[in-house]
Design a protein around this ligand. Structure first.
Ligand code: C2E
Ligand code: CA
Ligand code: CA
Ligand code: CA
Length: 278
């Protein structure tokens, strides 16, 4: 639901039916999850389609609830967004991902870009640039190895605002990506005015790629147009060899999906790095 009130951004408003006791309990325990250290990050590598090399990783948040077990981000992120908790949680995500990436680099592994997801509310924090600057300083990570993903819908909500923030972020030297491209019903010509490096094609398109001719045409058009605008492209959610074959045939650069890697715990990524497999 759109809330034109105080803050001018889009709120996730759960319907009344969702306000069950279980839901409210979850919301309550989310408040303590940070101090109880119940969050962790998984990392999903992204692969160059031609060389098979790893071109980066995406940090994905996991919540290990003491009684409920692993709670999926699709459940608790909207909750966190609604309550504003996403701001401190998101800051923890950025700090943890930067620290981890620096640790991998300090261990001598080939430097990689690690992406973090910025929620709409995080993106609209007036002190976003300051927060990022101090995290980068504190962790010693070169800004170019921090990739910030904002969704297409976040980006197009207020294009003037987005342009200003992205220019500031770009000046810091961080890497900028649009996530879930294709779901925001905008067009590349509108995004063209933004200082972006990278476009991630939403996995809903990839899922229909091999069964729906129209979707295949759309994906091809996104790749062609994206590349003509100088953007790097990642196809998300690649699960099947046929999908990969098609993406290869249209020269999409990068893929991210279960066909190659699932999101993996730090330990697992470190093992792959040690074996030279990443
Ligand atoms: P997203 O940013 O689009 O992240 C990609 C999602 O696709 C991840 O789900 C990933 O596990 C999943 N995925 C990757 N490859 C495949 C595949 O081949 N097939 C399928 N079916 N799925 C694949 P995950 O980790 O459950 O995260 C869901 C969403 O939660 C993310 O979507 C993102 O919107 C949000 N999220 C996750 N971590 C964070 C975070 O730290 N901050 C914020 N604000 N949002 C986050
Ligand atoms: Ca993402
Ligand atoms: Ca995505
Ligand atoms: Ca998403």
């Amino acid at each position: 639901a759109k809330d034109a009130g105080r803050n001018n951004y889009q709120f996730y408003t759960p319907s009344l039916s969702k306000r069950t006791p279980a839901f409210l309990t979850l919301e309550k325990s989310l408040r303590y999850a940070l101090e109880r250290e119940e969050f962790m990050l998984y990392y999903q590598p992204r692969v160059n389609i031609i060389t098979g090399e790893i071109t980066g990783m995406e940090a994905l948040l996991r919540w290990q609830h003491p009684e409920m077990g692993l709670v999926a981000p699709n459940i608790f992120i909207p909750l966190a967004e609604e309550s504003g908790l996403i701001v401190p949680i998101g800051e923890w995500v950025i700090r943890t991902a930067c620290k981890q990436n620096k640790a991998w680099q300090d261990a001598g592994f080939p430097p990689l870009t690690v992406a973090v997801n910025l929620s709409p509310k995080q993106f609209r924090q007036p002190n976003l640039v300051d927060t990022l600057t101090s995290i980068l300083q504190e962790t010693g990570l070169d800004p170019k190895f921090l990739d910030l993903e904002i969704t297409e819908s976040t980006a197009i909500e207020d294009l003037d605002f987005t342009r200003t923030v992205l220019y500031n972020l770009r000046q810091m030297g961080v890497y900028l990506s649009i996530d879930d491209f294709g779901t925001g019903h905008s067009s590349l010509s509108r995004l063209q005015q933004l200082p972006l490096h990278h476009l991630k094609i939403d996995k809903s398109f990839i899922q229909d790629l091999t069964t729906d001719q129209k979707v295949a045409h759309i994906v091809k058009a996104i790749v062609v147009l994206g590349q003509s605008l100088g953007l790097k492209l990642t196809a998300e959610g690649v699960e099947k060899q046929e999908e990969l074959d098609f993406l290869k045939s249209i020269n999409c650069e990068d893929v991210q999906g279960y066909l190659f890697y699932r999101p993996l715990a730090v330990q697992k990524i470190t093992e792959l790095l040690q074996k030279g497999q990443l």
